[in-house]
Ligand binder design. Structure first.
Ligand SMILES: Cc1ncc(COP(=O)(O)O)c(C=O)c1O
Length: 561
């Protein structure tokens, strides 16, 4: 029987499976297959029917279930080749060992795990110092499950502080708004939607480097603005938003109107990059050195180099965390002060974070981040050297004048750590995350108008690389970008393979005519949808004007992450 389209593959598999289970001695599998001597157990070998979507009546042997799941999970992409993600996919053996040994610990069990709680406290203190907390300030913070939870907590504190002030002044506190760029990661918009704050999503443009435009911030703030979300490391292109410039605009606004608008920095990725690269040695300020920055979040599981499951939120001083939001919990014998959305959560990642902090130290982190940035520059320059691609990210473009002293500080550090007399450091280049966002060059598009970008992503996937093809944020969404996040694990050798595969794939596309490509271009790999293309454009109406009326569209939101 040949496979025809009308056949339901699930039904077909079920029939073969049922036959195999009832064939008895005719079965190609042995009855004894469950024995511990069997080298390989499987659903068929065990003769156990494991339903996929309903709880089985009886369980199945552990080794069979293990094989079953492991085999199915082979269908996943390889984390190391998942260049779409900012999230770490590697930890050193000793860190992994510590994590496994502490997997059973719940971060909310203060009383039971005092050593883990002390480690949590030390992480807060180290990160607060890393972000320039000032003398005399009492920084407070918490581990979270990631940046999303941390952003929601930062936003909630700003909303509550604004409400308390408005209520104390006898003013209307029913129409809070928050400012962010259209490049904001979905977590920022989620905060606005989940916590009833009007999101003023300001358009980004080529001129603003696809990030929040300070001029538009000036035009859109008012007495109801609870704060500005400024992103250190745009998810789309890795650009740092100009925190210092926006801070100055808010200073001027306060002088003029008396309204004190705080900044929350979403440093999901940049929180563990900027302190160690050129922003840490005289580049524009972005952290608690700016008095207006009241809270910062980061993802420990991104450039904090921990496996998925840990983020951090820190307020520069306890006075910026309204008491009303803190819960005193009496739990299992102890008293815990809590300001998180989740109660139980894994504690092992916090231990992994502390391991990284004290194992790598400042110089170790600097070495990792400088390496990532250097590899990202190699990738960017190689892509542009083909003439087929143009980078939308800018971290490979030299700055005219590096911040005073920055080059020598980083160069000295690098020579000490890596040896050699390589002149280049991140200080010679535009600041940003080690992210390479690229598109077909205008010349390539003119020469090969029938080639679309998405097949590059699809063909790379066939070679196991995962490189998404996204549209830029609304307003610029006619431009699609391919994006590679250069993480610690992107070694120079791997980079070499990546570049050569990108060249081969592009050549393959160039060698095919429009008819052949139509087949490819009409299809999409599973799960590879263009997240922004169908975006409801009504959602981003703030084209430089003061706005009126509702800001959030109803319905499904698509975003880049
Ligand atoms: C700028 C930015 N903010 C927030 C997030 C959400 O972070 P998390 O996945 O840790 O919740 C991301 C994730 O990519 C991000 O890039």
């Amino acid at each position: 029987m040949s496979l025809a389209r009308h056949i339901d593959p699930d039904e077909l598999v079920q029939r073969i499976h049922d036959a195999n289970l009832t064939e008895g001695s005719q079965s190609i599998r042995s009855h004894m297959a469950v024995s511990h001597l069997t080298p390989y157990s499987s659903q068929y070998a065990t003769r156990v029917n494991v339903p996929k979507y309903k709880l089985p009546e009886e369980g199945a042997p552990a080794d069979a279930v293990y094989e079953l799941l492991r085999d199915e999970l082979d269908l996943d992409g390889k984390p190391n080749l998942n260049l779409a993600s900012f999230v770490g996919t590697y930890m050193e053996d000793k860190a992994r060992q510590l994590i496994i040994e502490n997997l059973a610990k719940n971060l909310s069990d203060n009383d039971e795990y005092p050593a883990m709680m002390a480690i949590h406290e030390r992480c807060i203190s180290i990160i607060a110092h890393m972000w320039g907390v000032q003398k005399g300030e009492k920084a407070v913070g918490s581990a979270t499950t990631g940046s999303s939870e941390a952003i929601h907590l930062g936003g909630l504190a700003m909303k509550r502080r604004w409400q308390e002030k408005r209520n104390a002044e006898g003013k209307d506190a029913s129409k809070p708004n928050i400012i962010m760029g259209a490049n904001a990661q979905v977590a920022l918009e989620k905060f606005a939607r989940y916590f009833d704050v009007e999101a003023r999503i300001l358009p980004v443009s080529h001129e603003s480097h696809y990030r929040l435009n300070p001029e538009l911030v000036k035009q859109n703030i008012d007495e109801n603005t609870i704060g500005v979300f400024v992103i250190l490391g745009s998810t789309y292109t890795g650009h740092y938003e100009p925190v210092e410039e926006i801070s100055k605009i808010l200073d001027e606004f306060q002088e003029r109107t008396g309204h004190d608008i705080p900044i929350h920095v979403d440093a999901a990725s940049g929180g563990f990059v900027a302190p160690f690269t050129h922003a840490g040695v005289g580049g524009p300020k972005w952290n608690f050195e700016l008095p207006r920055v009241k809270s910062i979040n980061t993802s420990g599981h991104k450039f904090g180099l921990v496996y998925a499951g840990v983020g951090w939120i820190i307020w520069r001083d306890e006075s910026f965390l309204p008491k009303h939001l803190i819960f005193e919990l009496h739990y299992l014998g102890g008293t815990e002060q809590s300001f998180t959305l989740n109660f139980s959560r894994p504690g092992a990642q916090v231990i992994g974070q502390y391991y990284n902090l004290i194992h790598l130290g400042f110089n170790g982190f600097r070495e990792v981040m400088e390496n990532c940035l250097r590899n990202a520059r190699v990738l960017s320059k190689s892509l542009e050297a083909t003439g087929w691609y143009t980078c939308v990210s800018d971290i490979h473009r030299p700055v005219e004048k590096p911040a005073a002293g920055a080059t020598s500080v980083l160069k000295d550090a690098k020579q000490k750590l890596l040896g050699g007399d390589d002149e280049e450091t991140s200080a010679n280049y535009i600041a940003g995350l080690p992210v390479v966002s690229f598109r077909f060059s205008d010349k390539f598009k003119a020469e090969y108008p029938h080639i679309k970008q998405e097949p590059v992503s699809l063909l790379m996937r066939a070679r196991q690389w995962i490189i998404p093809n996204y549209a830029l944020p609304p307003n610029e969404d006619k431009t699609e970008i391919l994006r590679v996040v250069v993480r610690e694990t992107m070694s120079f050798d791997l980079l070499d393979r990546l570049i050569s595969d990108l060249v081969t794939v592009t050549q393959t596309l160039m060698e095919n005519d429009a008819v052949d490509l139509d087949i490819l271009q009409g299809s999409k790999a599973p799960g590879m949808t263009n997240p922004i293309k169908d975006h409801d454009k009504k959602k981003h109406p703030h084209h430089g004007t003061k706005h009126k009326g509702p800001r959030l569209a109803d319905g499904i939101h698509r975003a880049v992450c």
